[in-house]
Design a protein around this ligand. Structure first.
Ligand code: C5P
Length: 200
């Protein structure tokens, strides 16, 4: 399970991140553990305790998250990508803290596209052979059903879970829309803990 935001460094003391709290992914990790699974939680920087019995691997950037997720997925039955991964990283991150030079000139950041962790793992031989069931999330602000369906196909995953971004980030409750080959099903607003149990 991936969870939380990623953090993309600009220099050694600054970076770009997002407002994902990690609460949904952590709730899924806890529910999976309680259901008897052996769980590896690959987490970006969040302020949450690791659920009891779960193995947590802390990561920062999207590239770190991919590096951790690939070997973990090799021996997993299910891969759930709940992390809010930055689409872009800073291509020209500085080795030392960027300083104001008095010119009033802001530093120019260049960006490079991050790897798509979910799509990469969904394309792996075990996933293609049906030995690894991949689940993606979509945080949208509108048109949830059509965007979730399109994202399911684009990512090449059997199950895509849609939610409304502004209604979930940082919240303790959420509502989910499950989209698979058979159609869609709504899990109405409830605590993330309850939704995680229903999702599993
Ligand atoms: O493309 P988008 O970011 O909307 O897709 C969301 C889904 O893809 C989530 O499951 C997220 O964890 C996953 N993702 C990923 N790696 C990325 C971008 C998104 O695993 N670089």
């Amino acid at each position: 399970i991936t969870a939380g935001p990623t953090y993309e460094a600009i220099d050694p003391v600054r970076g770009i991140t997002n407002r994902s709290s990690g609460k949904m992914g952590y709730a899924i990790a806890q529910a999976a553990r309680e259901a008897g699974a052996q769980v590896t939680l690959i987490s970006g920087p969040v302020a949450l305790p690791c659920p009891r019995g779960v193995q947590r691997i802390g990561v920062q950037s999207a590239q770190d998250m991919l590096q951790a997720a690939q070997p973990a997925a090799e021996s997993a039955d299910i891969f759930i990508a709940a992390a809010a991964v930055a689409d872009w990283r800073v291509a020209n991150a500085a080795a030392h803290k960027l300083k104001k030079d008095g010119s009033g000139q802001a530093p120019a950041l260049e960006f490079a596209e991050n790897p798509d962790i979910l799509a990469t793992i969904a394309r792996s031989p075990r996933a293609q052979a049906g030995q690894l069931y991949c689940v993606g999330f979509a945080a949208e602000s509108e048109n949830l059903e059509s965007y979730a369906k399109a994202k399911r196909e684009r990512k090449g995953v059997p199950l895509l879970v849609g939610n409304i971004g502004p209604a979930t980030f940082g919240q303790d409750d959420n509502a989910l829309l499950l989209v698979d080959a058979q159609g869609s099903r709504e899990l109405p607003r409830a605590s993330k803990r309850q939704l995680a149990q229903q999702l599993l």
